[in-house]
Write a protein that binds this ligand. Structure first.
Ligand code: PAF
Length: 288
């Protein structure tokens, strides 16, 4: 497994693979890898001869008040895990390599980034799309793998590729959960034992929301209120950022559940902001 730190070397590596006519599967990450990331790598391995992973804690997707400095890092541990999975190369650039002095260019998906996390993190997705586009240009993958825990991120990147005529196929992958249902996240590490126990309520409330809908409830406010009451019952909850019912594709709020939807939540337990979601398919015919 190659560890590549420069853009030039990464481009050269990909060029050689492409010349041999074999596809590249790409898994971009910010490191501190858990089973969720590894499930993306495994899917990429199934579908591509060569898998490249990147590890880059991207500063442009963090606001100045956010946890960039606290973001956990473990290059040695990550490399060992990726080697075991049969990854061909890891791209680990420095910040300067990606954003040299006087860097000024950003990519923005306008509508899809307005709701959900885009509301409370207004500069976040601009940072995500900019880094992902740069990584796509450098790695030149045929397919790229994204977890559905960051559902809005997946839709935003899918849209960016369609709008900018990128040929990379975006492959969404299921959320990987701990045994008790908590979605895997690098941020879970910052939770206290008590907070960690309370976070189970996120998945439980999402399952409850889905159940109510499948039993016939269509009024979003009622469903959201039931979920907020459940989440609010936990002592270590600090703040609910949002509990939203949105169209599965446009991610716009829906007052009435009349199509396939996503229920999405963002919540603070202590200082840690966690997100989770569940898809509810009420019209299988329109689940493109
Ligand atoms: O999901 C992530 O880890 C990041 O947002 C990504 C896609 C690697 C871009 O920095």
């Amino acid at each position: 497994m190659k560890i590549i730190r420069t853009v030039e070397e990464m481009k050269e590596f990909s060029k050689k693979i492409k010349e041999s006519g074999k596809p590249i599967g790409f898994v971009p990450t910010m490191g501190y890898l858990h089973e969720g990331h590894l499930s993306l790598v495994r899917k990429a391995k199934e579908e591509n001869n060569t898998v490249v992973t990147s590890i880059f804690v991207n500063p442009t997707q963090f606001a100045p008040t956010e946890d960039l400095d606290q973001y956990p890092r473990d290059e040695k541990g990550d490399s060992a895990k990726l080697k075991k999975e049969g990854v061909a190369a890891i791209f680990i650039p420095t910040i300067n390599e990606i954003y040299p002095v006087d860097y000024q260019t950003y990519v923005e998906v306008t509508e899809l980034t307005k709701n959900l996390c885009g509301r409370s993190r207004p500069t976040h997705f601009r940072g995500v799309t900019t880094i992902v586009l740069k990584l796509f240009k450098i790695v030149n993958p045929d397919r790229a793998y994204f977890g559905k825990k960051d559902y809005q991120q997946f839709r935003v990147i899918e849209k960016m590729c369609r709008d900018l005529n990128f040929d990379v196929k975006i492959v969404p992958c299921p959320i990987v959960r701990e045994k008790d249902g908590v979605a895997m996240s690098s941020r879970n590490k910052h939770l206290t034992e008590k907070e960690r126990r309370d976070t189970i309520i996120l998945h439980q409330s999402l399952e409850k929301g889905k159940e109510i809908i499948l039993n016939g409830e269509r009024n979003s406010s009622k469903i959201i209120q039931t979920m907020k009451n459940m989440i609010g019952s936990k002592k270590t909850l600090k703040k609910i950022d949002y509990v939203s019912i949105v169209d599965l594709y446009t991610l716009k709020d829906l007052h009435y559940v009349d199509r396939n939807i996503l229920i999405a939540v963002a919540v603070y337990f202590g200082k840690v902001r966690l997100i989770d979601n569940i898809e509810v398919i009420i019209d299988a015919k329109n689940n493109a």
